[in-house]
Design a protein around this ligand. Structure first.
Ligand SMILES: [Mg+2]
Length: 368
């Protein structure tokens, strides 16, 4: 089985409602699909969100990167994914999100060819059902509490409060109020500042939430400021997690060495694919770091399926699984990954276990 053709497709999907984060408000998901045809008639799909503030890649640059790599990879064996991705790395430095879309499509094609779900290709399933971590970011304390109560009533057992949008004191007050509104002490509560603060501001925030049962606080300061992360971690009773600052296994080791994080948010777009996330999860286990597995707001049904195969296969997902397709008003797969009572089931069909609706892909395709 050989790679015959690789296409890059830019899509823009509407969100049900905007998600507010420290620098930006996300209204549309601007993602890139990789569509790979093999010489034996299989079509594999991959997807990656554009997240310029996190990865430095835009939708246009991702499309360009996939097109740049297409003729270097076409003709290679489709069943040797490490060899194909090694070749991609030789021809193009960085561009992990574009590479993640290609690699996911190769996993989908290989799984279909072998009649196996992707989690089998990643070493087998340890679980087939995981709790979904639900984002809370309405822009007000009353709104956040109402949203939290609504989601808990639906069966969610994990919530993440977006902070870094107001002063540290105001956001700590809001996070405290939301956490206090959760009566079930088995519910996982965490916060994420998306690099929104300076170390001093973040320390004011962690002091404000010290006596809550918030489990962890993600990326308080700028991605590159690992020393700043370590300062916040030293001042915090709540565990600190790294997200935007993590782009390689070396970044994970660096945060661990400097005591800058006790857990990590693993995303294919940052690390460059399913295999890299799997490797990072194994390293987290070795370093005794917690794992949050996440899609970027808002990857659709293809990347969400990829995430679920990882959720099945990696050693643990103690800090939750952040699926982003539920935030979308429409999807490009025939049966979007379903949530039932706040839990997500791992797809079981061959490859990613999804059926891409190419009519919808064309409807949401945009020129970049
Ligand atoms: Mg995050």
């Amino acid at each position: 089985m050989r790679i015959q053709r690789i296409q890059a497709i830019a899509i823009s999907l509407p969100l049900i409602k905007p998600v507010k984060m420290s620098f930006e408000e996300v209204r549309n998901a601007e993602n890139v699909l990789a569509r790979i045809e093999t010489d034996n008639g299989i079509t594999g799909w991959g997807e990656a969100a554009s997240a310029p503030t996190m990865t430095g890649e835009t939708q246009g640059s991702m499309v360009a990167a996939i097109r740049h790599l297409a003729d270097k990879l076409e003709g290679l064996p489709a069943d040797d994914i490490p060899a194909a991705m090694h070749r991609a790395g030789q021809y193009l430095y960085g561009n992990n999100s574009a590479k993640a879309a290609i690699e996911m499509a190769l996993f989908d094609a290989l799984g279909q060819a072998r009649g196996k779900p992707v989690y089998e290709l990643l070493g087998g399933a340890k679980r087939m059902r995981v709790p979904a971590l639900r984002l809370i970011g309405t822009g007000s304390t009353a709104g956040d509490i109402a949203e939290t109560q609504k989601r808990l009533a639906e069966g969610y057992v994990a919530i993440k409060i977006k902070v870094g949008v107001d002063t540290p004191e105001a956001d700590a007050e809001r996070a405290r109020a939301v956490a206090a509104s959760v009566k079930d002490d088995k519910v996982l509560i965490c916060t994420d500042a998306n690099q929104g603060w300076t170390p001093d501001e973040a320390i004011r925030f962690v002091k404000g939430i010290a006596d809550t049962r918030i489990e962890f606080f993600e990326q308080p300061v700028a991605a590159h400021d690992v020393a700043g992360m370590a300062r916040v971690a030293a001042a915090s009773r709540v565990k600190i997690g790294v997200d935007e600052g993590l782009h390689s296994l070396d970044d994970l080791r660096h945060h661990h060495q400097l005591k800058a994080a006790l857990g990590a948010s693993l995303k294919t777009i940052k690390l460059g694919g399913l295999q890299a996330v799997h490797d990072a999860a194994l390293l987290c286990e070795e370093l005794v770091m917690k794992v949050n597995l996440a899609c970027k707001i808002a990857e659709a049904g293809i990347a969400s399926a990829g995430l679920m195969h990882l959720a099945a296969a990696i050693p643990s997902v103690d800090w939750g699984v952040s699926l982003s397709s539920p935030y979308l008003a429409d999807d490009i797969v025939a049966e979007p990954i379903a949530l039932s009572g706040g839990y997500i089931n791992v797809p079981t069909g061959p490859g990613l276990g999804i059926r891409v609706d190419e009519t919808k892909v064309r409807r949401y395709t945009r020129e970049v």
